[in-house]
Design a protein around this ligand. Structure first.
Ligand code: PHE
Length: 337
């Protein structure tokens, strides 16, 4: 049989040009390279060919295969460019995945702290950021002339407290008024945590902000001891910072707890280049005067309370050295967590 390779090559090229779908490309491939395709037929014809023709036929078949393979490769790159609703979409381009956001590092830290206390049986309750003087100070045994009541230390609103004539509402300066609110509404036994924002008119610097976050803890029952508070906070710090954490309880004073302590974390041991001891929380046994203020029967209950700074915890855990970074919403910072 005589093969006009020149004509066959031209034919293949013309056909390839018209291919516009993956199905047409496959049909083209089968026509030339399939088991019953043209290339196979050319090779098969070698058996009956005139010996003087064999070399030329062999070469023709090989050339044809090479040509068709090349046409298929070139075509399959372009074939995935399909028309979708009149628009050119190149499906062969790499995808541009959705960039998903995630929870802010402070929210993550709060959720982590809350999870540890919930594992230990505490219940989470949120109380309002706008408070009365009674809940923020008086009910917590903070005397009327205490400096923290000063307008330099508390944001007062231009709104009268409906429950106390002549007294203005304020932005809570700590989460401790949550203790008063919850005890006014519920009877012991109770174990609660109160997370949320607090406000103080501090000048902003690397470690101060006019708004920050605290998590308050309160446990009240008939028999509660300081050793239980110590055990709970020690276990909490181990779970939050890891087993290597070193902490100390340092005697302190709060009007609403007696005795009171502050807890410091050894930053050196956590591998942080800052002051050696960093305060993370205040705590103590609930002062009986607070039980009195919320109307609990005298002498019936004991309890402990603590309040920790969330920013401080995150700064220690992740080695962050400037509190302002939390609020600037710079994606380069936030993406790291
Ligand atoms: N409210 C205190 C503060 O903001 C912390 C604290 C809470 C201390 C509960 C003792 C008990 O500094």
């Amino acid at each position: 049989m005589q093969w006009n390779f020149q004509e066959i090559h031209q034919q293949a090229q013309t056909e390839a040009q018209a291919i516009n779908s993956p199905q047409a490309l496959e049909a083209f491939r089968l026509k030339y390279l399939g088991k019953k395709g043209l290339v196979a037929a050319v090779f098969a014809s070698l058996g009956t060919a005139d010996p003087s023709q064999k070399a030329a036929i062999g070469k023709g078949a090989n050339d044809l295969r090479g040509l068709v393979e090349g046409l298929i490769a070139a075509k399959s790159a372009g074939i995935s460019t399909a028309k979708v609703s009149g628009e050119q979409v190149d499906f062969s381009l790499p995808g541009t995945g959705e960039v998903l956001g995630h929870t802010h590092i402070l929210t993550q830290t709060m959720q982590e702290i809350i999870a540890v206390f919930e594992q230990m049986g505490f219940v989470t309750i949120e109380t309002p950021e706008i408070e009365t003087e009674f809940n923020n100070f008086t009910g917590l045994n903070i005397p009327i002339d205490h400096p923290s009541r000063d307008a330099f230390d508390t944001f007062y609103l231009d709104a009268e407290d409906p429950s106390a004539q002549g007294r203005r509402l304020l932005l809570r300066s700590h989460t401790s008024p949550g203790q008063v609110r919850i005890m006014k509404q519920h009877k012991p036994p109770m174990a609660v945590i109160v997370p949320g924002r607090v406000y103080r008119p501090d000048a902003v610097d690397a470690s101060h902000s006019f708004m920050f976050h605290q998590i308050e803890g309160l446990l009240v029952d008939e028999k509660v001891q300081f050793s239980e508070l110590k055990g709970l906070l020690t276990e909490f710090c181990r779970r939050f910072f890891g087993p290597k954490v070193v902490m100390r309880f340092r005697p302190h004073f709060f009007p609403f707890t007696e005795p009171s302590a502050e807890v410091d974390i050894n930053a050196e041991i956590l591998g942080i280049q800052r002051k050696k001891w960093l305060e993370i929380l205040g705590c103590g046994m609930v002062n009986p005067k607070v039980f009195e203020a919320v109307g609990y029967p005298k002498g019936k209950y004991k309890g402990f309370a603590f309040g920790m700074g969330v920013e401080r915890m995150a700064m220690l855990k992740y080695g962050i050295n400037d509190i302002r970074l939390f609020y600037e919403n710079d994606a380069r910072f936030l993406k790291q967590f």
